[in-house]
Unconditional design. Structure first.
Length: 463
């Protein structure tokens, strides 16, 4: 029809897309994020086409040079394709043809957008995984520095959110170090499955051209190639695994956030928030709010949602590529941005946003019965069977509660009346510092143990 746009597709199409459908179909609005990876992937493909004689060496060079020019234009802010380009792959190819002429039309030989988008996404994710691992390392570094300053600071340890046994604050912080360490390792493991090239799988069945998939994989630094073309273009396991790893990072950050929020409350009063990381209220002038950890806690849900979305995305998909898969990108991009932002914010929060109120912590560990286990251990060490000792101490706690006393308030006569094995050293044995120091079992909170743990943690992250 005169005056009407024609299709971007083959001659099979006579009419252009309905404008609303064009917008609906387009991914350029978000997949522009992949542009540099798309260019890198295409340069490798062009080189391979030339090497295998599918195009001439001269054509290969022109394609590569044209692609690098587009990279430059993009970096300078001079390449901003609209929705009519549909996606980043078409946008680049179209611009390439403008730059190098008909040779540009040869770039897509022996390739489909299906293996192309899979390649781009993997290149992107490899980079992002490396970056997130760096963020994790910084977070671990800050945890370690903080731990180092608080080996002998005591904090109540909880089970069921009931005071259980006091611990070294460093020990508590090192628990988060260990979670981050697993996160770091897990991402390294996910990386192995991201690091496989689908390029050359074609639309789904491979290609009639004598391509060299190992060569493109090598140029792009992939550790291997997909063994099956149908799997290569339709696999999103690597993305789901990444979202799983990202979800665990967020779960860990969210747990720490929850603790900081509790600690900053008047009820706990274990930390104060410094001005650079806290916010006020628009109506209550006395308020100082822990917005940072609250946001991190909130954003965890959003990343879990992306994981769920991708699982649901693939569960009913027949082989091979289906357009549904275009929906993987926003989930991935948003997850990457969210995880980085949360790691950065929590790192800053730990570095300068919270101050532990050590006096308040010292009071807290001295005002409860969290040394009761140590009384039982005291007796057990003197040969009283532990269960018997445990029952006896339970009775003591009950008596103390009724009398409004703590264990340390009992006189030696009272102790001896309870069991003849008690002697004057019971007071030292139940002092919070002793209680913590004594737990020197491997992985425990004893100060000497914790110092060794800090050393070992330092050496693990400096590898
Ligand atoms: N924009 C598409 C995506 O993100 C690229 C692949 C399109 N392939 C196709 N057969 N329509 O998945």
């Amino acid at each position: 029809m005169t005056g009407q746009k024609t299709s971007a597709w083959s001659q099979r199409f006579e009419k252009a897309l309905h404008p609303a459908i064009e917008r609906f179909n387009a991914s350029i609005g978000f997949d522009i994020e992949l542009i540099e990876y798309d260019i890198t992937g295409s340069v490798a493909h062009a080189k391979m086409l030339a090497k295998t004689g599918i195009i001439s060496a001269e054509e290969g060079e022109r394609l590569a040079a044209g692609l690098e020019q587009i990279r430059q234009e993009y970096r300078e802010g001079n390449f901003t394709p609209g929705t009519d380009a549909e996606d980043v792959h078409f946008a680049v190819e179209r611009r390439l043809t403008e730059i190098v002429g008909d040779a540009g039309k040869k770039l897509h030989t022996a390739r489909s957008r299906n293996d192309q988008v899979g390649t781009d996404t993997r290149l992107y994710l490899r980079d992002q995984i490396n970056q997130i691992r760096e963020y994790l390392r910084e977070f671990q570094q800050v945890l370690l520095n903080l731990a180092e300053n608080h080996v002998e600071t005591l904090i109540p340890g909880y089970t069921h959110l009931q005071r259980a046994q006091p611990v070294s604050l460093a020990h508590h912080l090192l628990a988060y170090f260990e979670m981050a360490q697993r996160d770091w390792e897990r991402l390294g493991d996910v990386f192995k499955r991201v690091d496989i090239s689908p390029l050359g799988c074609g639309a789904l069945a491979g290609t009639t051209f004598p391509i060299d998939r190992h060569y493109t994989a090598e140029l792009l630094g992939f550790a291997g190639v997909y063994a099956n073309s149908l799997d290569g273009v339709s696999d999103r396991d690597f993305a789901i695994e990444f979202l799983g790893a990202a979800s665990l990072i967020m779960a860990h950050l969210s747990r720490l956030s929850e603790e900081v929020i509790l600690w900053a409350s008047q009820e706990f009063g274990f930390v104060t928030l410094t001005d650079s990381c806290a916010t006020g209220s628009s109506i209550m002038p006395q308020k100082k709010n822990p917005d940072v950890p609250e946001l991190v806690r909130g954003k965890a849900g959003r990343v879990f949602g992306h994981l769920q979305a991708l699982l649901v995305l693939v569960k009913g998909l027949p082989l091979a590529y289906n357009k549904d898969l275009q929906e993987d990108k926003e989930a991935l991009f948003d997850t990457v941005k969210t995880v980085k932002a949360c790691l950065e914010a929590m790192t800053i929060l730990l570095r300068e946003g919270i101050e532990f109120r050590t006096e308040r912590l010292a009071e807290a560990v001295a005002e409860d019965f969290s040394n009761a286990t140590d009384v039982a251990d005291y007796l057990a060490a003197k040969g009283v069977p532990f269960r018997e000792a445990y029952n006896l101490v339970g009775k003591v706690v009950k008596t103390c509660l009724a009398a409004g006393k703590l264990l340390k308030d009992l006189s030696l006569e009272e102790w001896k009346a309870l069991h003849p094995a008690f002697e004057g050293d019971i007071y030292e044995a139940i002092a919070p510092v002793r209680v913590v120091a004594a737990r020197n079992s491997y992985g425990g909170t004893g100060f000497e143990r914790v110092k060794v743990a800090i050393e070992s943690a330092r050496s693990r992250i400096s590898l």
